[in-house]
Design a protein around this ligand. Structure first.
Ligand code: NDP
Ligand code: GDR
Length: 370
């Protein structure tokens, strides 16, 4: 039985990866942060009572900014594989918390690599580093592959650039099995609520159900190569099963604007969005809708631009070339964008229908959306 340690196990990818590794018979340890409320929603279905014997899923309190706990947990768990997924992963928020982001996302990776070295595990433990298409930043060439130059455009991306290179350096310096997965955007029903896709699918569902009036967005011209997180965690695992440690791009090869993602999401609930303008316009985009099923007022403005969501420096275009992964890992995504949107919309409609039932029953429902 192999043992894996997942940092960031409470996040989107951590949850899908834990599920995947458990299904493959791994013993899985997860690093979770202390929080003032329960923060394990995404992995509660995998919970095993720690009082029982022979459990194969166990959580440990820790934080990537604290090397002492990282060393202790790695020593206790002696993992065959570490998946370093923990990060302050929101690009816009990284402009507000740049030093913390550098510490957690950049130096955090160094702390794990050093822990492996200090504990004499360089030959035993394989390490996956969650690198990102944000490294490409300002477009140098498209589609972006393993050989495309980096030009990071946010404190998040700069921190991840350090993490990328320190992973390469430890591989070369100490012969460690340490690999970067350069993953393009991947989404799912478990995606954090403030990333653009989930923000859109939540809003489209809530607007259809009359729980919300408007969706405010930032740069709708940005183009992203969006895949499904379920497909991408499979790639992470494959990267660590190779004979030789290498870095891999994981992407679908298809790029779409935020604007089109909005259209596709609303279309899932029968709302047709018509844009009255194109391009960034501070007055906002006006969307008209014609919704037979949910009977929204025709011509009602449901999507607007709020410049507060613009970023000081933006990444305008991402489109990945995953040829190496397809050839060497035998990896192929199962979900295309249409299937991804459908999956997210179905899940959010179900979620918010529950809110409408609660309201009908006289209960108060949370109305927080960002
Ligand atoms: P999430 O934001 O959903 O999850 C991040 C996880 O990291 C959470 O479990 C979070 O804990 C944890 N975390 C944050 N800071 C710390 C810290 N200081 N110490 C310990 N744990 C911490 O991200 P995703 O699952 O979407 O992404 C996983 C990784 O992949 C991240 O590193 C991200 O940067 C990277 N990535 C993601 C892509 C994507 O499109 N999703 C694409 C490319 C790379 P908590 O739940 O308590 O907040
Ligand atoms: P990204 O994802 O920055 O690519 O990072 P995000 O979904 O936040 O933004 C994608 C694009 O949409 C534009 N956008 C908005 N974004 C947000 N969050 N909210 C809005 O209201 C909004 N309006 C327009 C953004 O400007 C951007 O161009 C994600 C994260 O998961 C990173 O951790 C990961 O490394 C990269 O994907 C690959």
């Amino acid at each position: 039985m192999k043992t894996a340690l997942i940092t960031g196990v409470t996040g989107q990818d951590g949850a899908y990866l834990a599920e995947l590794l458990l299904s493959k018979g791994y013993k899985v340890h997860g690093l979770k942060r202390r929080s003032s409320m329960f923060n394990t929603d995404r992995i509660d279905h995998l919970y095993q009572d720690p009082h029982e014997k022979n459990i194969n899923f166990k959580l440990h309190y820790g934080d990537l900014t604290d090397s002492t706990n990282i060393i202790r947990i790695i020593q206790e768990t002696q993992p065959d594989e570490i998946y370093n997924l923990a990060a302050m992963s929101h690009v816009k928020v990284s402009f507000d918390t740049p030093e913390y982001t550098a510490n957690a996302d950049g130096i955090g990776t160094l702390r794990i690599l050093e822990a492996i070295r200090i504990l004499g595990l360089t030959e035993k433990t394989r390490i996956y580093q969650a690198s990102t298409s944000e490294l490409y930043g300002l477009v140098q060439a498209v589609p972006q592959s393993e050989t495309t130059p980096f030009y990071p455009r946010s404190p998040y991306a700069v921190a991840k650039l350090y993490a990328y290179w320190i992973t390469v350096n430890y591989r070369e310096a100490y012969n460690m099995f340490a690999c970067n997965g350069i993953l393009f955007n991947h989404e799912s029903p478990l995606r954090g609520e403030t990333f653009v896709t989930r923000k859109i699918t939540r809003a489209a569902s809530r607007i259809a159900l009359k729980l919300q009036d408007k969706l405010y967005l930032g740069n709708m011209d940005a183009k992203r190569d969006w895949g499904h997180a379920k497909d991408y965690v499979e790639a992470m695992w494959r990267i660590l099963q190779q004979d030789i440690p290498e870095d891999f791009v994981i992407a679908t090869g298809v790029t779409t604007t935020v604007r089109d993602f909005v259209k596709m999401s609303f279309a899932e609930v029968g709302i047709e969005i018509e844009y009255k303008g194109e391009g960034i316009d501070e007055k906002g985009y006006v969307a008209a809708c014609n919704n037979p099923e949910y009977q929204l007022e025709i011509g009602k403005e449901v999507v607007c631009v709020d410049p507060n969501y613009f970023r000081p420096t933006e990444v305008e275009l991402l489109i990945g070339d995953a040829t190496k992964s397809k050839t060497k890992l035998g990896w192929e995504p199962k979900y295309d964008l249409a299937a991804l949107v459908k999956d997210m919309m179905q899940a959010d409609m179900e979620l918010f229908k529950r809110d409408t039932y609660l309201m009908e029953g006289g209960h108060r429902v949370l109305n927080y959306h960002e």
